[in-house]
Design a protein around this ligand. Structure first.
Ligand code: GAL
Length: 413
């Protein structure tokens, strides 16, 4: 991640930052309507336990901006109390020697008993908890405005082969078929659902997780790029650099027919007072109904000095894993609780479907980590593959060329 050994710098100067002792400064990128409501619940929970919340929000969907700011803060010895970091990046931060050990909090609150093994392992560095999980987002969703499809006489696509006919009808009826934000992470989010929908869960595992050169340069991957190119015909001309939540708003207000996005988009429908099954449909991205692409938000906790720091950090981690927080946060965020023992009674049908599918795919196969959301491979490899995907989407590159570039990018360490 970065060569500079941070441990000596960070620990030596962290104390100044924790002068407020019981202050809890949290870096995140939850700045859209639904996300901000969720973050506000975290603030309430931290303050309810007697600590002072210091918000460190860095706008930019997908978190790239936030990660840049985080690195500069840590290198300058001013790490926040906690930061939204996920997947393999937790190992990279763990190796820097700057993370607090959360084992005592985890043990006191039975995290090993409450978390699925696949989740607990991601939160540990060399067997110790260094991160606390917040939720389970599902990425392979398609958000549909049924009114738009009805007006256009279009069928919701069940496979990517059905997609062009549906999109044509929407376009002919004067609607924007696909609401999209032209940002690399959003292009990548659509791409990964096409890998899953065209190739299936095993192909996704082989290509996006194991980075198997055969899978990456296969005819199936060429077909994925062909399909990905077909999506580009059906986004609008103003998509460049549009934030994801503004694309969601296009489906909410009936300008567009569908959006391929994770279920943080549901947080926007919820914040707009929309009802699933009536105002919108939450459906699996074409060809992916038997699979579940998981994206688990989590917070790493940095070593802090100052007498009250350990208690404030333990309070923070325990609050995030509490049933109360897991319910109220995820109701707003569009995700589902990450731990067992949380009633789903207040959750809507989309969340209940997600919870069922998460359990079923964990047991029977089809549960895969989102590469676009930093769950599958190290950050440098994710970035290199994302660059290939987004430059293909924004150029006239052939699928053959893209496949060759993909196989090369996958070697980036
Ligand atoms: C994801 C993150 C979600 C949401 C989304 C849009 O990477 O896990 O919580 O913030 O980005 O920014």
């Amino acid at each position: 991640m970065f060569k500079l050994k941070l441990a000596a710098i960070a620990v030596a100067t962290l104390g100044m930052h924790a002068a407020g002792a019981a202050e809890v400064e949290v870096l995140h990128w939850w700045t859209s309507g639904g996300e901000a409501k969720s973050a506000a619940e975290l603030k309430k929970m931290v303050e309810a336990r007697g600590n002072k919340w210091k918000d460190f929000a860095v706008a930019g969907g997908g978190g790239e901006n936030a990660m840049t700011v985080l690195k500069s803060r840590v290198v300058s010895g001013k790490a926040p109390t906690a930061a939204q970091v996920k997947g393999p990046s937790i190992q990279e931060w763990g190796a820097e020697g700057v993370l607090a050990n959360l084992d005592s909090t985890a043990k006191a609150n039975n995290w090993d008993g409450l978390l699925p093994g696949v989740v607990a392992n991601v939160m540990k560095y060399k067997g110790s908890y260094v991160a606390v999980p917040v939720n389970v987002h599902r990425v392979n969703w398609m958000w549909v405005n049924p009114e738009v499809f009805k007006k256009a006489g279009a069928e919701v696509p069940k496979t990517w082969a059905d997609f062009p006919a549906a999109a044509e009808k929407l376009q002919k009826a004067g609607f924007i078929p696909v609401a999209h934000g032209g940002q690399p992470w959003q292009d990548f989010t659509v791409f990964e659902s096409i890998v899953l929908g065209v190739g299936g869960a095993k192909f996704y595992e082989d290509s996006m997780v194991k980075l198997d050169p055969k899978a990456l340069s296969s005819p199936t991957m060429e077909k994925v790029f062909d399909t990905f190119r077909s999506v580009r015909k059906y986004i609008d001309k103003d998509a460049a650099n549009r934030d994801w939540n503004l694309a969601t708003a296009m489906v909410i207000n009936g300008k567009a027919g569908m959006q391929f996005m994770g279920d943080w988009a549901k947080g926007e429908f919820t914040a707009a007072g929309k009802v699933p099954g009536k105002d919108y449909l939450c459906l699996a991205a074409p060809g992916t109904e038997k699979s579940f692409t998981f994206n688990i938000d989590s917070f790493i906790v940095f070593k802090q000095q100052g007498a009250d720091a350990p208690k404030a950090q333990s309070d923070f981690a325990a609050a995030v894993m509490s049933p109360e927080f897991q319910e109220v946060f995820n109701l707003n965020k569009g995700s589902i609780p990450v731990r067992s023992g949380v009633s789903m009674a207040k959750f809507d049908d989309c969340a209940k479907t997600s919870a069922k599918d998460f359990a079923d795919t964990a047991k029977g196969g089809g549960l895969v980590p989102s590469i676009a959301h930093q769950m599958a491979v190290p950050a440098a490899t994710t970035g290199a593959i994302q660059d290939v995907v987004t430059s293909f989407f924004n150029s006239s590159q052939s699928s053959k060329d893209a496949v060759a570039k993909l196989a090369a990018a996958a070697k980036t360490k």
